[in-house]
Design a binder for this molecule. Sequence first.
Ligand code: NDP
Ligand code: GDR
Length: 355
Amino acid sequence: MSNSKVALITGVTGQDGAYLARLLLEKGYEVHGLKRRSSSFNTGRIEDIYQDPHDVDPKLILHYGDMTDSTNLIRVIQETRPDEIYNLAAQSHVQVSFETPEYTANADGIGALRMLEAMRILGMEKSSRFYQASTSELYGLVQETPQRETTPFYPRSPYAAAKLYAYWIVVNYREAYGMHASNGILFNHESPLRGETFVTRKITRAVAAIKLGKQQCLYLGNLDAKRDWGHAREYVEGMWLMLQQEIPDDYVLATGVTTPVRDFVTWSFEEAGIMLDWQGTGLEERGVDRATGELRVAVDPRYFRPTEVELLLGDASKAKQQLGWSPSITVQQLAAEMVRADLEVMQSSMVMKEA
Ligand code: NDP
Ligand code: GDR
């Protein structure tokens, strides 16, 4: 499909950036992606869609950049003149934000402001559309369940506080300057491309490693935390739909089903043919292999957060009605897909090592 639209994705090397870049390329966009300089390759997730810059008329073009550097953001936007900007770049790990609060505020909060200001400085505030990766973490200490667009926010981490600033600066620039700027308030979404230290991927990688005899036990933090988990592939479609609307607005994307971490663990082990029995409570809680009696899951308080978000459950009725968006992949299907993908990756790396 061919299309004359140009998109810029910050955070193109992340989970969502990779799925969104794929989606926009399929729709015929010319896609520009902002990527950070790193001492090792950080483009693994977009390897399969990477295009050699020497190719004639490449449709995926990468630019070095950083959310903390205004001059660089202005230059990239000036050079690429995107019709649509998707601001996905962020220090996105909640627990890490307690260790790096100032950097997180800079990249995640002020970074969004830098993008909006760059659009204004370049006179693009009326010609380009802007998507901000807002988050269900804004609800934090939940004031209402399920959470919808009108539910009050109560951030519980430096990450969420930074994203709160980004959310409101987007609303303010929309109201002040008439910009087509929208917040997607996305609940957790996962995939085989999920970062390895988020809980779902940490679980599915450990299940694969345990199944293949390369790991004994998985250590986790709060097993009682509940999340509304969907599939990233479906959520990037929602991002795109938001920017296709005539009027900019803010939308929740969620599945409407919430699951404790413990259940995600159980289902993931089941997918690998390992049945767990849960024993004990609190710090003593453990998951034991029913067949062999071996300890497979234990609690390590180092993964507890200074302030936790205990329960997230979203109501995406507005997105369903106005965007026609609704997710279809269940959390069990998601866990199964992630386990199978991790088993495949680990098996082939073992075969390569043996060879
Ligand atoms: P990832 O952590 O997988 O990707 C984050 C991306 O941002 C990576 O490309 C990363 O680069 C890049 N990045 C980080 N810091 C900077 C910086 N200072 N300058 C430039 N780029 C930077 O996140 P996801 O793909 O999961 O999430 C995308 C966005 O959506 C994030 O803003 C996240 O906070 C938000 N979000 C995510 C949800 C989820 O469940 N996945 C839910 C709601 C919101 P590198 O690859 O080099 O690390
Ligand atoms: P979250 O995702 O904080 O919701 O943020 P994460 O997967 O890190 O945690 C989910 C829940 O699991 C509990 N947990 C653990 N978490 C991690 N990472 N590691 C563990 O060992 C562990 N044990 C239990 C956590 O305490 C938490 O309650 C994600 C990110 O993608 C954000 O960028 C995004 O904004 C939100 O989702 C919506």
